[in-house]
Design a binder for this molecule. Structure first.
Ligand SMILES: [Zn+2]
Length: 451
């Protein structure tokens, strides 16, 4: 055993993230022995849901090359794609050894839902939306085939049935309005029933995918050129509204009494106490909206906390880069004609509809662009930009934009969204096991065509 080899730790992180998000508490007090490595690898291979992991071992540097063959042979038995990447650690005193593990296990639905949640957290969806798992088969089964579609139509369902699909990820939710019966006269309910009978799950990310950083709207605005991009309506962290309560207690005894009574009031209360002088304690308590009344009632039973109590609302944190719509300033201004051509190429369309802003020509300059995938009329209303890009706007919304000097590109609703499915497919394939195939629907298309 080389001197100084006292501890080894293992980090696991999904390849796409590039940063460690899980730290396994595997610290070995022994050397980086074959047994310890085997234990690491065994633990890792059992970890769902990510089938592919980049795994790094950190060992004291320099890593003696004489040990490389031993390490390799140890990991190779667990992963044929094992590779050593020495000296890439951000910590200079360590050598980082990496390998990529491929789990042989297929994935079940909850594992895939976890990946989808990572790619587009459902908490980002609009409150009016109906996102997430919409149809769940009664019998759990391993997911091997996923079909991606913008809209789940009858022909897409036929496609899913023919390919023995296990999960349909439909960007737009198939089920949206509440219903009291499941019958055949509604085409959406028909499809939901067919999915249930075929054991096919249906998932919709919809506005979560619009909002997330790097999602549909960032992809859409990226088509017109590079530049700085901001969010039109900022997303904030989810969760119940919080309050911070500050008060003092006279002594340690009162502190213990108050905290114990607060603890009895249930969960959702956290506290910290400091003693700025030798007499009183200054206490901070955080609680969610629903616990506020009960916490205040408790504190009012004690005179010092009651007299010193102040309550502060805690603002929700903005989720930078996430939210509704995007507005960008191009690094290099372009003409309206160039913008049209770039968007045609980006979206793979032969035709777009263009409304020139008042006093504008095809040669007029575009520096600022605002986009909203799908139906952007209400989101873009009043936004200052040279050009709007969206799927659809009403006649009067277009007239308003034109009068304000803003030109408008309309692609038809789903043509502003569908192209992102290829990006989503790539992202899924990075996160999912190799045994799961992700296909783009061949039947999915915008119902409108320019003749
Ligand atoms: Zn849409």
């Amino acid at each position: 055993m080389p001197p100084g080899w006292l501890r080894t730790s293992v980090r696991v992180f999904p390849l796409a993230h590039g940063l460690a998000n899980t730290f396994l508490p595997l610290c070995y007090s022994s050397s980086l022995s074959r047994t310890a490595l085997a234990r690491c690898a065994t633990s890792l291979s059992l970890r769902p849901p990510h089938a592919k992991h980049s795994v790094s071992l950190f060992a004291p540097s320099p890593f003696p090359s004489v040990y490389v063959p031993g390490v390799k042979s140890c990991f190779s038995q667990f992963s044929p794609t094992f590779s050593l990447c020495p000296l890439t650690s951000p910590c200079h005193s360590f050598t980082q050894l990496s390998f990529i593990s491929h789990s042989a296990q297929a994935m079940n639905l909850p594992d895939i839902l976890e990946v989808l949640e990572q790619l587009a957290p459902l908490s980002l969806a609009e409150p009016w939306d109906n996102v997430g798992l919409l149809v769940e088969p009664s019998k759990p089964r391993l997911v091997q085939k996923i079909l991606l579609t913008n809209d789940l139509t009858v022909s897409v369902m036929e496609e899913a049935e023919v390919m023995s699909c296990d999960l349909i990820i439909s960007y737009h939710p198939l089920l949206f309005k509440p219903f009291k019966r499941l019958v055949q006269k509604d085409w959406k309910q028909q499809l939901a029933i067919r999915a249930v009978e075929a054991g096919i799950a249906i998932y919709s990310p919809h506005t979560a995918l619009d909002s997330v950083k790097g999602g549909i709207n960032d992809w859409l605005i990226g088509g017109v050129g590079s530049g700085s991009v901001s969010v039109l309506r900022q997303a904030v962290s989810s969760g119940p509204l919080c309050h911070k309560l500050e008060f003092t207690v006279r002594n340690h005894e009162e502190l213990e009494t108050v905290l114990s009574e607060l603890g009895d009031r249930g969960t959702g209360v956290t506290f910290s106490a400091a003693r700025p002088d030798s007499h009183a304690y200054s206490v901070r308590v955080s609680c969610c909206d629903s616990a506020l009344t009960s916490v205040v009632q408790t504190l009012w039973q004690h005179s010092t906390p009651q007299q010193s109590l102040s309550i502060l609302p805690v603002s929700k944190q903005p989720l930078l880069g996430c939210g509704v719509g995007r507005r960008g300033t191009l690094d290099e201004p372009i003409s309206i004609e160039t913008a049209v051509n770039r968007m045609k190429a980006h979206l793979g369309l032969k035709h777009l509809r263009l409304a020139l802003g008042a006093q504008k020509t095809l040669e007029s300059t575009v520096t600022t662009v605002a986009v909203c995938a799908g139906s952007g009329g209400s989101v873009l209303q009043g936004v200052t930009a040279d050009l709007y890009i969206t799927g659809e706007m009403s006649h009067h919304e277009v007239l308003d934009a034109v009068a304000a000097g803003t030109s408008v590109i309309l692609t038809d609703h789903s043509n502003s969204e569908r192209g992102f499915l290829s990006v989503l497919r790539e992202r899924l394939s990075v996160h999912l096991d190799d045994s799961v195939s992700v296909q783009l629907s061949q039947k999915d298309r915008d119902p409108l065509e320019v003749m």
